[in-house]
Design a protein around this ligand. Sequence first.
Ligand code: GLA
Length: 737
Amino acid sequence: MQLRTMYKNWSGLKGGYILAFVFFLQANAFSQNIIIPVETQHSALVLQTNSNNNLNIVYLGAKLSDKKEYEAITAQYKQTSEYTGVSNAAYPASGSRNLFEPAITVTHADGNNSLDLQYVRHETKKLDENQSLLTVTLKDPVYDLEVRLFYKTYFKEDVTEQWSEIKHNEKGNVVLHKFASAALYLKAESYWLRQYHGDWAKEMQPEESRLTHGIKTLDSKLGTRTDLFQAPVFMVSLDKPATEEEGTVLYGALEWSGNFRIELELDNQDNLRLLAGVNNHASPYTLKPAEVFTTPAFLSVLSFRGKGGASRQLHAWARNYKLLDGKGDRLTLLNNWESTYFDFNETKLKALLKDTKALGVDLFLLDDGWFANKYPRNNDDAGLGDWQENKTKLPNGIASLVSEAQANDVKFGIWIEPEMVSPRSELYEKHPDWVVKQPNRKEYYFRNQLVLDLSNPQVQQFVFNTVDNLFIKNPKLAYIKWDCNAVVYNAYSAHLTNQSHFYLQYVQGLYAVLQKIRKKYPTVPMMLCSGGGGRVDYAALQYFTEFWPSDNTDPLERIFMQWEYSYFYPAISSANHVTDWGKQPIKFRTDVAMMGKLGFDIVVSKLQEKELRFCQDALKTYNTIKPIIWQGEQYRLQDPVSNAVAAVLYLNEQKTSGVIFNYLVNNRYGAGSERPIRLKGLDPKKRYRLKELNLYPGTTSTIDADKSYTGEFLMTIGYNPDVKAERASVVLELKAE
Ligand code: GLA
């Protein structure tokens, strides 16, 4: 370089020349050595040790066919001076030379705050045909502290999971002030971040903007239902905003259901440092000698085929490896939350079980309000924690409902919110020390309730027993909706001696319970719900078959929301219910809910004859197309923000069958599908027919089902679904001849 550049930059400073020269000499006293490429089908992350034996990221981008050429990459960059040799560190440490945001900050046993991580060794294990695990060990040359970095790759899906382990053998405890899961380093001309914010009923609101210099932080400090205001998922396009099919884009997601912190730092060299991990807010961790601190995983997928390419890779990965029963079946259901709220009894529910059968879904889901006696759960201000059937509402218990369900040939599922407690509950009276609250402060409630202290093993056992008892008493119970409605206020655990460990150990406690439940009940479907969509991430989804995106089921809103969720989560995991939210007719509502796992939450007995018939037929249709929606590849064709008509295609792997959902999302005069919508992913040579599904009784389709088109035509010219005010929602089946 660098001598000249360094001199130029430092010449304004007194003595700058000498400083620069010393650094230059020192840097060259060591030779460059180890290169570790972490490759997937299309991408490569290249790690390299520098002259000081620090491990750096020298490349993250498209894979090169000749691995040897990775060595030549660095020399091609003529950026401004790099002063420290660690600004692109694989795991930036603080307190020695690093000048940027660290992944790790510690105070050693002797009170010293410095850390320098140097390469010791690495090994790569091939776990199977598709998965490999690289482990790199780094160590401080002065202190006996070691960090192991893990890179697990899923070759075909282009997904990498990264996490780290921190361990020491010092003569006392080490305090970890920061402990990120992963660091990445990107080089591009510009970086475009797509991030998500929200609130109740407004989950997954996107914002896309160019990153400017400095640090952009996406984080949560809510303790539980941590996605309420911000989601732990994001994407960064390189050089220009990626479109659905074009551009380079990196998706990132932290696999953690608690406080998270994702930082994107655009530095002086115009490179982007990305750090992701558990939020260190109020959480310094005291690490004992020989104790291993393991961070959760951060996943990323790098696509060179736009946002659509990345999401299809991620969906495949989720179904193959992460989401519980990702390749399996799901149950359609009728939920009673919005049709009864807390106001029901056995007679009313038995009638709903008949409606469940009449509608044609697989399962009836009994929601909130079935439990607690001393403080009956007739409102949201009492009873949480007292998981015994309410004797007034259900004198014969859940058991009689389960057998009544069986008599009606439907399955039975139930709502619980086991992490929570109402101030007015027997549980609170008996175990005030199980409740998260400050001993000397006034209680403060979120939805009139408090959170149980899951860092306490007794509470973990209680939560496990809540679920276990339900199954022991009702072995035929077929589904659980697991809710989590409150955030953590006044974080304090009567169980923990170190309060700084609370946020972390709460989540670890939650996972311990879920693991225990899954050990005993490995397959029972469970919905991850959180007062709407306040909790969804890939750590939790290992234990759940589906998640609840939002309490907002207005279909128009859902078109936008499901669109955004669909970048990160496959359709099979999205629980979509037809409700009375919104102004659209039942057909529109049902069509939208079909783009995922379909359910209903309506008063079936109040449906008009045609409405009921429509729903019954739609369910039959759904049963035939659900394999394509759940397991097929998703192509977002036209987005609802910039078009009057939004369209999404699900296509099977063989490219022989597909379903296209089209919706009018604009009310202006004459709005509709003026131009054809170009399909994607088809075989250009195959001929396809399009047939309209989900027709409302008494209407006829304007689509000619006898005509066929080549894949080339449908992808080049497109197809007009004839969406207009009178046909605001059009579902088309695509079949190769
Ligand atoms: C949350 C859920 C709803 C419903 C209620 C019950 O708000 O998101 O679907 O289960 O709790 O209290």
